[in-house]
Every structure is written in structure tokens, then in C-alpha cells.
Design a protein around this ligand. Sequence first.
Ligand SMILES: Cc1cc2nc3c(=O)[nH]c(=O)nc-3n(C[C@H](O)[C@H](O)[C@H](O)COP(=O)(O)OP(=O)(O)OC[C@H]3O[C@@H](n4cnc5c(N)ncnc54)[C@H](O)[C@@H]3O)c2cc1C
Length: 408
Amino acid sequence: MKHYDVLIVGGGPAGIFAAWQAGLRYKRVALLEKNAILGKKMLITGGGRCNITNIHQDDALIAGIIGNGRFLHSVFSQFNNNDLIRFYEQNGLRLKEENKGRMFPITDKAQSVVDTLASVLKNAGVDIFFQCDVHNITTDIPMQIKTNSIFFTCDKLILTTGGKSVPQTGSNGSGYQLAQKFGHSITELFPTEVPLTSDEFFIRKKALQGLSLYDINFSVLNQKGKPLVTHRYDILFTHFGVSGPAALRSSQFVVKQLKKQQPVQVMLDVLPDMHLNDVQAWLKKQDANKSLKNAWKGIVSERYLLFLIEEAKLTESTPLKQLAPKHIELMAQLLKGFVFTVNGTQSLEKSFVTGGGIRLKEIDPKTMQSKFDHRLAFAGEIMDIHAYTGGYNLTVAQCTGYVAGRHI
Ligand SMILES: Cc1cc2nc3c(=O)[nH]c(=O)nc-3n(C[C@H](O)[C@H](O)[C@H](O)COP(=O)(O)OP(=O)(O)OC[C@H]3O[C@@H](n4cnc5c(N)ncnc54)[C@H](O)[C@@H]3O)c2cc1C
């Protein structure tokens, strides 16, 4: 049996930051991680490059944390994305900014981030127990922690076991049951930042599979066909539906809308900077003797143009001069608003982020402590907070981890 002042369960970014801060304040601090390494999920973030945070400030940062970001005002007043950037630079890891404010390590390797964090934990005197899977916790004084190997007792506890997405990284939702031992409740879990599925004929016949459309407006429509939300980003057509940042960002809205209607309509505007009338005028004024395919070349990628020509029930070899005005109108409308249906998302296990988690009303936003038992705190994705991709989720994990470890 081993006794610690503070135990942290889960060696992802939230747990590492919590352990670091607790380690600066208490003598005996240990981090328990079921994997044989730290930050297994962190290593696959940002395509293995780790999009560690985002440079957007204040309200823009909170706006990126679409699921309950407002809970984090107090956290960010104590430790925010600027502090994170400073933290890494002070610990010898320089970061660089990429498009839309996304920050990456200059090494382009997530491993260098995890290595930096491991040395910070070492300097703070934190013991790490790997392959240590916490099975059960009792709320006695001291708390008793049953694992697959060692039996622990502790005075304080921080749960940072993550969500339920990509469970092969270790975050399989076991932390929710541990929190329930203290009377905590879990809001409904759902996949977010996840590709959308569609059984439209053009998807099933893989007409656009592999095609990316860049910098477009992607909207989720309500029952009246009006946009609920629009994201200007890229998409990628796949064999099952649509992926890419715009689709991922829209997924949580699709999940919610699917509760009201089945299937849900989405709309692509591939010329977001042009008005419908201008698109129509452009289509009309091209060389009338050329075939549609050649006359309209360049307005969008050829594969998408030919797809829309077919959707408009036109033939690519028809000379432009043979088109009636209503056909040009239809083509302009398709370019500005091609509507198709999605019938779901990929599973929670395949999602980048888990929506839902420990109910925030039960957590003190200044300290991350449980309102039911002050010996307990939470940080990271285990809580009912989720964000868009772009470095926001790791920002949440690291900053809430910092605050939880500082106040425990
Ligand atoms: C493919 C992918 C790419 C992503 N890319 C980005 C990105 O570039 N930028 C970004 O901001 N976000 C990204 N995310 C999201 C981000 O990785 C998570 O939000 C973040 O890792 C959550 O941190 P966490 O510490 O709360 O949980 P996790 O990182 O999930 O860590 C939880 C840890 O707890 C351990 N654990 C769980 N249960 C137990 C138990 N019972 N006993 C012991 N240990 C336990 C797990 O093994 C795990 O190591 C990505 C997610 C995925 C899946």
C-alpha cells in the first residue's frame, strides 16, 4: 500500500498539468496512468504534430470552446493560452503559428511536447505509475484507490481520465463511474468533431469520394431549410459521407438537429464571396460557343463542376449558347447552395472529442473542485466541455489541469 497527499488519475494533458501544479505544492504527489506511456492521445493529436493551443484571445478563445466555454472565464484569468505558449518556451520548446491561429511545436512532433511535459513532472518531483489502471475508489478518509496492481490511499484526488473517444488511447470513459462514487452526475455523452454520414445516392456511388473543397461555406439547415449554423472551412467527401474541418465543426449541430428531424439537410456554398446574381452573370457571360465544361472551367474544381452539371440535368458537352436562362439560374443556385442530406455521424469511439461529461453545476469554476467533496477535483475532457478542433481542446485540458492542481 502507498499513501500520497495528492493522486491524479489519468496521464493525458489535463492530468500532467494538474500533477505538475500539485507537485509544486505538496510533498507526495503521484500520477496514475493505465498506459505504459504518458499522453497516448496527445501523441496522435494534430496528425502527430500536436496542435497544442490556439492564439485567439479572450472572447474568440471562449467562442472556439463551443460546448460550455463560458465556464472557463475564471480558469483563463488564472492560466490561458498565452501562459501555455510561455510555459513551453520557458521549458525549451518553441511553438509556431499556422493558419487560423493554430499553434504547433516547431519540431512538428507531438513526442517533443510529451517529452517536455515528462521532464516538467520529473522536476516537480511527481511519481508516475504506469500500467496502473484505477478500478475503484472509496470516499473514506483517506480515500482508497484500487488499481490492477498497487493499492493506494490519498488525501486529495484529481480525476483527469478524459472522455470516451478513441478508447484505444486509454480514455474509455472509466472515469465517469469513479466520479459517480462521489455523487456526481454525467450529462448525455455524444460524439463531436466527428465526420458525418450520408446515404445520398452520390455518396453511395462514391461520385465525389476523395474530393476536397477548400474555404467554402458549410451550413446545417433547420426544418425550414434555413441555416442553423455556417462554417467557412474545408470539407472532404469520403466513401461514407463528408469529413474535413467544416464537417467536423458542424457535427454537434447535426447530432442535436437529428433529434428533431431525420435526416438533416446540409448545404454547400462553394463561392461564399460571390453573390448569387454575380455567379449567374459570370456563368452567362462566358464564351457562348464553348461546351459547358470548358466555358465554366475554373470557377470551381473540375470534378465538382461536372458533378453539379449532372445534378442540374445538363450535359457537359452542350454549348453554353443552347442553355435557357432557367438552366443558368439553376446552375448558379447549385454553386451557391447545393443541398444534400446527412443521416448521422460516425460513432463516439471514432469522434475526436466527447460531448457531455461531469455536470458543470457540480464543479467550482474557480478551482475545478467538486462541490460535493472538496478533496476531489476534475480537469479536461472528463467534464461537460468540448471545443472545435484547432487547439482548443488541448487548451481546455491543460488550463483546467493547471487550475485543478493549483487549488487542490
Ligand atoms: C485523433 C485526435 C486528434 C486530436 N487532435 C487535437 C489537436 O490537435 N488539438 C487539440 O486541441 N485537441 C485535439 N484532440 C482532442 C484532445 O486530444 C483531447 O481533448 C485531450 O487529449 C483531452 O485531454 P485529457 O487529459 O482530458 O484526456 P486524455 O488525453 O484522453 O487523457 C486521459 C488519460 O487518462 C487515462 N485513463 C483513463 N482512465 C483511467 C483509469 N481508470 N486509470 C488510469 N488511467 C486512466 C488514459 O489512459 C489517458 O491517458 C484530438 C483528439 C483525437 C482523438
